[in-house]
Design a protein around this ligand. Sequence first.
Ligand code: ALA
Length: 407
Amino acid sequence: MKKLNITKIRADFPLLHQQVHNHPLVYLDNSNTTQKPQSVIQAMNDYYEHDNANIHRSVYNLSERATQLFENARDKIKHFINAKHRHEIVFVKGTTEGINLVADCLSRCHINAGDEIVISAMEHHSNIVPWQFVCEKTGAHLKVIPVSENGELDLQKFTDLLNEKTRIVAITHASNVLGTINPIEKIIEIAHEKNIPVLLDGAQAVAHLPVDVQKLDCDFYIFSAHKMYGPTGTGVVYGKEKWLHAMPPYQGGGSMIQQVTFPKTTYADLPYKFEAGTSNMAGVIGLGAAVDYIQHLGMENIVSHEQDLLAYATRQLQKIPGLRIIGTAPEKIGVISFILEGIHPHDVGTALDTYGVAVRVGHHCAMPLMERFGVPATIRASFGVYNTEEEIDVLVESLLKVQALFK
Ligand code: ALA
């Protein structure tokens, strides 16, 4: 492991070097979206300036080059998460579309009336609503693993929820609100003992923790590029070959077909069966560059830096009178949700912005979790590899000023 040079890393991110309301920007909303290094911006610009053509469907040089760049990105993702096969990597718009894809396809081949789907109380809406759609469509039922006061899943209750009717467990790898890193190895082991597949929502984890889908043995792993220093509008569904083969296509259109006749259409091989229409070529190439960037820094170095930030920020925030942290599990990614006694989170967020500090306030697309903790909203600071202890000091000083202001 090596200590990262954060000054050098910050120089890679053009957006970070700006003033907001006459203060240096302190960007602490990385769970929402991360900023992009120059190498990602450059890869996408290069693509549009030199290589843009539609892929997989033309014989001319430009199109072959574009196809090659796109498929190279698939190989990069395969290695990044250690998938067994490159055709287990499906490109989608993002985590939301990815979970909708799996939910919808399974609803047509694997889930029936009376079946059960297990999720947890700490899911964000993208891993709740698609399963509610499935329940409405099929007559299946949603079962929810409760979350303890410190923000951990109750594994005994989880085990008790599983039975012969359970058709899938869909769980977040790490919580976007609480920061909790879930014991996914244990969850997969328990579910697999009963032959139940497991989908992991990796949106908050993939840029902050090492992911090895073969070692985990998860059935699906889904994530977005824009939360891992890549562009918006691009994401990945990893699915075990056997599931992707078993599932019908999600959307119909060009690229996903083998042969179309009016009586019957046959579908393309994996992964193209799930990639209807023109893909987001620049986005996928940008994602490939983001993977290169993360690998160049080294995942274990990133984890170590972000864990240091988490520990420092937790210590400093706890010193503020009237501040309550929501989510105190022992294993967390660099996410801290909190409330300040007597001040609405939205007022805190607006006031922090006047000092150049960008945090997310609100329900964080996880309304049931807010209800669980009896709060309408929280303030959330979430860290990326470019954040520093000095920025956390600015957050703390600004919070003290906000408290004084609202007294
Ligand atoms: N983008 C959402 C967040 O901020 C889910 O956590």
